[in-house]
Each structure stands twice: as structure tokens, then as C-alpha cells.
Design a protein around this ligand. Structure first.
Ligand code: NI
Length: 227
């Protein structure tokens, strides 16, 4: 399941994050790439132990945790400390699948990457190219979102970032280990949660059928969640 989560950061928060990271020292993005992805990755990143990356990463992590849509769709067990990348003219990231496991040396966080997330930090009018292209069984999905919006997609997907041809594209990216490992199960729970919320708005939380459906949601989550 791919999901757009709009407005994870407000315009003021985007400006704040950009203020923190833009002046920091960026390094070659190959630093966090695996052997295969390192061959096709041409961009720059903030070192994960850079103070600016740490501070901005905490802002991003707290913002996604405040998003009911993100929480319902991702059902996060652990959110990897967000990282930051930038693609300038001619830079790109070719076809790859993200590493299955990630270890964060500073915090000791170690996760299985069930979901990948990109939070856009540049207005789409400020650059050309730089689309995130994700392949799944329904074909190709091109993603280029407003600054502050986030895309969530299965980390098992083949994906790439098209070359930037004007301006520069700055984004935050991170991975999530979900309480529910399987994408299909997580998608079912998400659909069910949205439908229950929708029904509750029209019929009221105490409607017996909604109480029953809410119970079924939790019993499925109990069956599938891994802590
Ligand atoms: Ni990737």
C-alpha cells in the first residue's frame, strides 16, 4: 500500500527544518547505501550524527507521531531516526530496494524496514525532475509532493529518484518497523480503521455495530501484532 500523508509539517515547520539542515555539511550519499544501491546512488546526505540532522530528525519523528493518518497506516513499532538527502542538478538514485535491516549506531536503534517514507522539504515549483518512482503490482507510481507532505510505501518496493534537472530537491527519509509486518494485513487494518471512524461520525461511537467492529479491529491487531 502506498499512502500520501499531507501536511505532516506545517510551512513554518518546513522552514524551521530547512533552516537547521541547509547550512550543515552535506556528504556523499553512498555513506548509507548497500553494495548494489551504492552503484546507482548519486546524491548528498547529512551524516546521521550531525547535530543539525539529529535536531531536525527529532522534529520530523515527533511530527509523524502526531499524524493520526500516519499512525493508522504504519502502525509503527519503531521509527528509524529520520535522515536527510539532497539532489542537485544531474543527481539521481537508480533502481534499488532498500536494505532489509538498519542499525543506527548513535541510538542503538535496530529495525527491520517494513515501510519506507519520504517527507518532501522543497516546494515542487522550485525544481524539475526528482520524482520518486515506486513500482508495485499495479505498475509505476510517480510521486512529487508539496513541502511538508509525506509518502509511505512498502520498503520491499523497487524504486528510484529521477534526475533533478533544475534547482535542488531536499527531503527527509526514514524507515519504519511496523507492529504488523505484512503489508496486506496492515492495509486491511487501515481500511477498517478508516471505515470505523467514518461510521462513528455519522452513527456515534456507542452504536452497537461500531462497538463490535472496533472490537474486531483490536482482535485482528492482537492476532497480528509483533512487539
Ligand atoms: Ni531507497
Amino acid at each position: 500500500m502506498m499512502l500520501q500523508v499531507p501536511g505532516v509539517l506545517t510551512p513554518a515547520e518546513v522552514a524551521h527544518v530547512r533552516g537547521l539542515i541547509d547550512a550543515a555539511a552535506w556528504v556523499d550519499g553512498k555513506a548509507t547505501a548497500g553494495a548494489q544501491s551504492g552503484l546507482v546512488k548519486r546524491n548528498r546526505q547529512l551524516p546521521q550524527d550531525a547535530p543539525a540532522a539529529r535536531d531536525a530528525g527529532i522534529l520530523v519523528r515527533d511530527a509523524v507521531r502526531r499524524s493520526p493518518l500516519f499512525m493508522s497506516a504504519a502502525l509503527p513499532h519503531t521509527v528509524f531516526p529520520p535522515l536527510f538527502n539532497r539532489y542537485e542538478v544531474g543527481e539521481t538514485f537508480g533502481d534499488h530496494i532498500d536494505n532489509a535491516l538498519r542499525f543506527h549506531a548513535d541510538t542503538g536503534v535496530r529495525i527491520r524496514t517494513d515501510l519506507s517514507a519520504t517527507l518532501f522539504l522543497t516546494d515542487p515549483g522550485d525544481y524539475d525532475g526528482g520524482e520518486l518512482v515506486v513500482e508495485d503490482t499495479y505498475g509505476l507510481h510517480e510521486v512529487k509532493l508539496a513541502a511538508g507532505d509525506l509518502i509511505l510505501y512498502p520498503a520491499s518496493s523497487l524504486h528510484r529518484v529521477r534526475p533533478v534537472t533544475r534547482g535542488a530537491r531536499t527531503a527527509s527519509f526514514f524507515w519504519v518497523q511496523s507492529l504488523v509486518r505484512e503489508d496486506a494485513r496492515r492495509a486491511l487494518l487501515f481500511d477498517m480503521d478508516l471505515a470505523i471512524q467514518c461510521l462513528a461520525e455519522s452513527a456515534g461511537q456507542d452504536e452497537p455495530a461500531i462497538v463490535s467492529l472496533t472490537g474486531a479491529y483490536h482482535n485482528l491487531l492482537r492476532m497480528w501484532a509483533e512487539l
